[in-house]
Ligand binder design. Structure first.
Ligand SMILES: C[S@@+](CC[C@H](N)C(=O)[O-])C[C@H]1O[C@@H](n2cnc3c(N)ncnc32)[C@H](O)[C@@H]1O
Length: 512
């Protein structure tokens, strides 16, 4: 199982999730109804969230009734891990003892996604298991065949989407769902269906976004805690985005493209709208966006020196750190044997590769009969490495787009932007991609993981830009960009930034 399959919610977050969701729920319900509340965690583990909720409920009961009261209806927990549930039972007993109460929780060992749940709940709380389909094909294969899976399965989704969807389905009208998850789904293509469900059946009232992991044992993760109500009231959403706190209108939370969830502070919103309004194209109208090579066996195909004997097949192979702003490294650190379906292998190369035949034959595309055993797994269309092109690192802290007309082959962590036709001027677009305006757009609307921008195909293609009709206007920027490619200069960059800020009608100098 993956590393974050079973990492329990840290106490301080569990307490605040319990407190905030319960307070919100009680805003609309008379306190006397406290004993009727029903709360569930459908992947409760050893109960960090349920126990935080239990303690919170007991404290509220004391305020309402003048003494600690407990209702057996309150808390239900499901999990597939019997040991974790045993621990939960013991921990619950210790807590009951602390408050002088006799009681039990409703705990059931089961797979929540297969469990028929007729009961509806007032609050669904959770930190569901994160599992990608890639390494857990079997789990997804089985659930896909069920009615539930047929309804909610989407390619490339994460398993935790199912727990959100199930959570919504077992929530009462007006009930509250609070979940801690990774924040990838806010913009991921695979989560469009999930976002649509959240959008149509209710609304968020609070989102806490963390561009770091809140789990000590799952470094590299970025989390979100979202609070959502199964009804609509049009109240503003309170957002805590790392250190920044602000409110967003319900009408602004879901973006126009694929209902992506946009966390945009109000002071930036106007600028984002201006960029949209003053653009006349999206990048995908003008450019093809492709990912670099996946060899499936770098040890066989990639060398750190030029090998004379494979000279006819060797191509310069670069790392993503060879991509800079406007430029790329001139000297390749590696060489790759570039082989696609059209390649004709000479004897020498064939005898070298035959040594690795059994290993190479295990690669997915070979197993699926899509390529010959000696080809690169995904060689891509070779044209993209040869044509004039803009290149960018898949993940980068800022917008550094390089340019080269030389052969430039690299791995899948580099993206290639090539002109869709001969009319398209790559220099002008390169200037835009390296500008502050573009950073501004991508930082808020594009794709991010933690502090890194993620220049993947879909978010790149969807970026709006202003592309002039007149040659004259193009020329001004093209000239400046050519200078930057030759020799980068801050002063020239300011002129490029200024041009694009003016075109978009915004002043972003202060805000970066
Ligand atoms: C990340 S842990 C969170 C536990 C707890 N909610 C918390 O916040 O501390 C996820 C839990 O999901 C449970 N789990 C995984 N798949 C499940 C399934 N299909 N049905 C029920 N529980 C499941 C695991 O056993 C694990 O206890």
């Amino acid at each position: 199982m993956e590393y974050n399959y079973k990492i329990y919610t840290p106490e301080e977050y569990a307490i605040s999730m319990a407190k905030i969701s319960l307070d919100k729920y009680l805003e609309k319900t008379s306190k006397e109804k406290l004993l009727d509340i029903k709360i569930v965690d459908i992947s409760c583990g050893s109960g960090n969230l349920l126990l935080a909720m239990l303690e919170e409920l007991l404290k509220v009961s004391k305020k309402v009734f003048g003494e600690y009261k407990y209702s057996e209806k309150w808390l239900t927990g499901f999990d597939i891990d019997s040991k974790a549930l045993d621990t939960l039972k013991k921990r619950a007993q210790a807590l009951f003892f602390k408050y002088g109460i006799e009681g039990n929780l409703n705990i059931k060992e089961c797979d929540s996604l297969y469990e028929k749940m007729d009961e509806k709940y007032d609050i669904v709380i959770g930190n569901p298991p994160y599992l990608g389909e890639k390494n857990h094909k079997e789990v997804f294969h089985i659930i896909k065949e069920t009615d539930f899976g047929k309804k909610y399965y989407k390619p490339k989704m994460d398993y935790f989407y199912f727990f959100i969807e199930k959570g919504i389905d077992i929530l009462k009208e007006d009930g509250i769902l609070v979940y801690l998850t990774t924040n990838y789904w806010l913009k991921a293509d695979s989560a469009e269906g999930l976002r649509e469900k959240l959008k149509s059946e209710g609304e968020f009232f609070r989102i806490e976004n963390y561009s770091h992991s809140i789990f000590k044992d799952a470094i590299g993760q970025h989390n979100v805690i979202f609070y959502w109500r199964k009804s609509k009231s049009e109240e503003e959403i309170f957002v805590k985005d790392d250190g920044l706190e602000y409110e967003i209108d319900q009408s602004n939370i879901f973006g126009e493209e694929h209902s992506k969830i946009n966390l945009i502070p109000p002071f930036c919103k106007k600028n984002i709208e201006k960029i949209r309004m003053n653009s006349n194209k999206i990048l995908g109208d003008l450019l093809n966006v492709n990912q670099g090579i996946v060899s499936g066996a770098d040890k066989v195909f990639v060398f750190d020196e030029y090998k004379e004997e494979f000279g006819d097949y060797l191509k310069p192979f670069y790392k993503n750190k060879d991509v800079g702003k406007y430029e790329v490294s001139k000297k390749p650190p590696f060489w790759i044997i570039y082989l696609n379906g059209k390649s004709k292998l000479d004897e020498n190369l064939m005898s070298y590769l035959l040594e690795y035949k059994s290993k190479l034959s295990l690669r997915r595309e070979v197993v699926n009969n899509r390529i010959n055993w000696w080809e690169l797994q995904w060689a891509r269309d070779e044209e993209i490495f040869l044509k004039p092109k803009i290149v960018v690192r898949q993940r980068c802290k800022t917008n550094n787009f390089g340019y080269t007309e030389n052969p430039f082959y690299s791995s899948a962590d580099v993206y290639y932007l090539t002109a869709k036709n001969s009319e398209v001027n790559l220099f002008y677009i390169l200037g835009y991609l390296n500008s502050k305006v573009f950073y501004y757009w991508f930082n808020y609307i594009g794709k991010k993981k933690g502090k890194n921008l993620e220049f993947y195909s879909t978010p790149l293609k969807e970026c709006p830009l202003y592309y002039p009709d007149k040659e004259e206007e193009l020329k001004e920027i093209v000239g400046l960009v050519e200078k930057q490619i030759d020799n980068y200069d801050e002063g020239i960059q300011e002129r490029i930034d200024l041009y694009f800020s003016k075109i978009m009608g915004i002043d972003i100098r202060e805000e970066q």
